[in-house]
Ligand binder design. Structure first.
Ligand SMILES: C[S@@+](CC[C@H](N)C(=O)[O-])C[C@H]1O[C@@H](n2cnc3c(N)ncnc32)[C@H](O)[C@@H]1O
Length: 182
């Protein structure tokens, strides 16, 4: 938000908005803030927080593979709320094309996703190098894509990559930040 290139007004959608803290930060700064989250309990908490802080924000229970709640070209910014790495396989393309659809032309998709080789021992133990997923109980839970693969899939959905940055977290997974423009 503090970056000089970041839109200073407009509408923001957070993918995987959890308990609403990030979206509410945007609401506090005067943006029209929206969130979509698969957990009804988290959405309830987000709505309670918004009400308690007298902030206007919309939180919707839903799956980020289907943003049909919103029309084409609705948002100035879509933020990946550390959610994209929860999306596995073909669903990733659905999220990216839905995100592209709901962004206004020139809109920003800000991605914050885990990437590379998992370092945390528990995660590394559950890592399947073929699918690049952390698999628990036979179910793929997190995707640790290679940076070049993540950038390729974002580009394949019609975005132009404006900027990217990998930040390493000691003993944890690296985070990839991407500024992608429609
Ligand atoms: C790491 S949490 C981040 C929460 C919030 N963005 C934050 O920064 O505090 C990721 C969130 O994505 C949500 N999520 C995972 N898969 C989802 C899906 N397919 N559709 C919507 N939300 C999803 C999870 O329930 C979780 O709340």
């Amino acid at each position: 938000m503090a970056d000089p290139g970041f839109p200073k007004t407009g509408s923001v959608l957070e993918l995987g908005s959890g308990a609403g803290d990030v979206a509410l930060l945007f609401a506090e700064r005067g943006y029209r803030a929206h969130g979509i989250e698969i957990s009804p309990t988290a959405v309830e908490w987000a709505c309670e927080k918004a009400e308690g802080r007298k902030l206007k924000a919309e939180f919707v229970v839903g799956d980020v593979t289907d943003l049909g709640h919103w029309d084409d070209e609705t948002f100035n910014v879509v933020i990946d709320g550390h959610c994209l790495h929860c999306i596995i396989g073909e669903d990733r393309g659905k999220v990216l094309s839905e995100t592209h659809r709901v962004l206004k032309p020139g809109g920003l998709f800000y991605v914050n996703t885990m990437c590379g080789e998992p370092e945390e021992p528990e995660v590394a133990k559950a890592f399947d190098p073929e699918s690049r997923c952390m698999v628990v109980g036979g179910v793929a839970r997190r995707y640790f894509g290679r940076v070049e693969d993540i950038l390729s899939e974002i580009k394949a959905s019609g975005f132009r990559i404006e900027r990217q940055e990998v930040r390493s977290n000691q003993g944890m997974q690296d985070d990839l930040f991407v500024w992608a423009v429609k």
